[in-house]
Design a protein around this ligand. Structure first.
Ligand SMILES: [Zn+2]
Length: 320
């Protein structure tokens, strides 16, 4: 520890509708640790230009505090173009975000290579490298909140695919004619398990209240959570059948009630998974809390910068 020549520092920015969280992580071989972190309000209502500007100023402040930062990753709460570094669609953000350059202007302002990653994939990457997914070969992750984020890692790598959308577990169809989903489909896992639908299933104003009531023995809330757990279990069972992960990580705000959801989830897994042994599948709650997205963004920036550098190093040989 502490030998500057063996370590590198990386900034992660997690763009949320309320706050921009940032962390600086230090890497030493396969070990990652958080050096510094903070958060500032997101000027969401002021529009995309103000938000991108804030990302750059927050990043500059973080780098001033930590020094020696060599890459930046930015967690995006929605869809983006990983090659162009632009956003495509952000949930709950007003203004023209389609085609908005983010990685370019932030990277230029900070004079660092900058890369975007979906916030749920960032969560998964952080849990995989230094959280509840550590040591897993393959991992499936869910982030339960206003929406339901998803992430899939196979053989130690988070799957992004050509457009960064791989791992959208929340938008797999569970019921052909089920309730409407924010994505435009019907009967998605998210349509049954996002926070407002959990509240509706429990007969409460919020999902948190549903969890509290169920803990206090309220029958309606308990049955509501059991049903939510059942849908989660079916969605996870589908993923276990397809991916055969050795770890399933459940995170997000609603994961505080995860212990109440675990039994119905495990029941569904036992009922539906027929091809792989469940003895090898650990279902656990996330370890890194609300900072996972920023940590994962930092790791993504580090790994992506390293991949680009490796590619650039072999390119002349390939060309010659
Ligand atoms: Zn959907």
């Amino acid at each position: 520890m502490g030998d500057a020549s063996l370590t590198s520092r990386h900034l992660g920015l997690d763009l949320g509708g309320t706050n921009i969280k940032w962390v600086v992580v230090e890497r030493e071989a396969d070990e990652w640790r958080v050096l510094d972190r903070d958060q500032v309000a997101t000027p969401t209502a002021d529009g995309p230009d103000a938000v991108v500007q804030r990302l750059a100023t927050v990043g500059a402040e973080a780098i001033r505090r930590s020094k020696r930062v060599i890459s930046v990753g930015i967690g995006i709460p929605g869809l983006y173009d990983p090659v162009a570094g632009t956003t495509r669609f952000l949930t709950n953000f007003p203004g023209a975000w389609a085609g908005k350059p983010v990685a370019g202007p932030v990277g230029t302002a900070l004079r660092l290579p900058a890369f975007l990653i979906n916030d749920a994939r960032a969560f998964g990457l952080a849990e995989l490298r230094l959280g509840a997914g550590r040591g897993a070969s393959s991992m499936v992750g869910l982030v339960l909140g206003t929406g339901v984020g998803g992430v899939i890692a196979v053989d130690g790598r988070v799957i992004q695919a050509h457009d960064g959308t791989a791992g959208e577990i929340g938008h797999q169809t569970l019921e052909p004619d089920g309730p409407s989903c924010g994505c435009g489909n019907r009967g998605c896992l998210e349509a049954f398990t996002r926070a407002d639908r959990i509240a509706a299933a429990c007969g409460t104003a919020t999902a948190e209240e549903g969890v509290a009531r169920a803990r206090a023995g309220d029958v309606r809330a308990s049955e509501g959570l059991a049903l939510v757990g059942r849908y989660l279990g079916i969605g996870i069972a589908n993923m276990v059948t397809v991916i055969a992960p050795d770890r399933v990580v459940i995170g997000g705000g609603v994961a505080a009630g995860a212990d109440l959801l675990m039994r119905p989830i495990r029941d569904e897994l036992r009922r539906r998974v027929r091809t792989t042994s469940l003895d090898e599948v650990e279902v656990v709650t996330a370890a890194l809390g609300t900072w996972a997205g920023a940590i994962g963004a930092a790791i993504h920036g580090a790994e992506e910068a390293e991949r680009r550098a490796a590619k650039a190093a072999v390119a002349p040989i390939a060309a010659g």
